[in-house]
Design a protein. Structure first.
Length: 135
């Protein structure tokens, strides 16, 4: 029996969060029938919209679409799940806020600094140092 080892968390992986989330939404919009699209999947993943995700996953599995698209969707969902698990395992509220704002919401360090009342450089350093030490 094989043991699945989660790849090391890196800044690069985390900064792909926004791209991955958008790719998932693009696949949903492109391939889901319009009646399924009525399910509200627009909420950011950080709000834990599991019901709509399960509905979309099931619908995509049932559709007769390119298996490569289905495989890519599954890969993206798995990666997003791992990224979310890492983000929400961060105990430090400031660092978690920085990671969510930078990676999930695609904000600049300057914007994040204004939100959390620290400099952009300090926010960047905190996030990078945390990932280097725990990733």
């Amino acid at each position: 029996r094989s043991v699945h080892l989660m790849p090391e968390m890196t800044l690069s992986r985390l900064e792909n969060y926004y791209i991955i989330a958008n790719q998932i939404e693009t696949i949903k919009m492109e391939y889901l029938p319009s009646y399924i699209s009525a399910v509200d999947t627009s909420k950011p993943p950080i709000q834990n919209n599991n019901v709509s995700d399960i509905t979309c996953d099931t619908a995509l599995e049932q559709l007769n679409i390119n298996p490569a698209i289905k495989a890519e969707y599954a890969r993206l969902r798995a990666e997003l799940k791992e990224l979310n698990a890492f983000i929400f395992s961060v105990d430090d509220e400031l660092i978690r806020a920085i990671i969510i704002n930078r990676c999930c919401l695609n904000r600049t360090y300057e914007d994040i600094g204004r939100i959390v009342h620290y400099t952009a450089d300090y926010c960047s350093q905190l996030m990078k140092k945390y990932i280097e030490n725990t990733g």
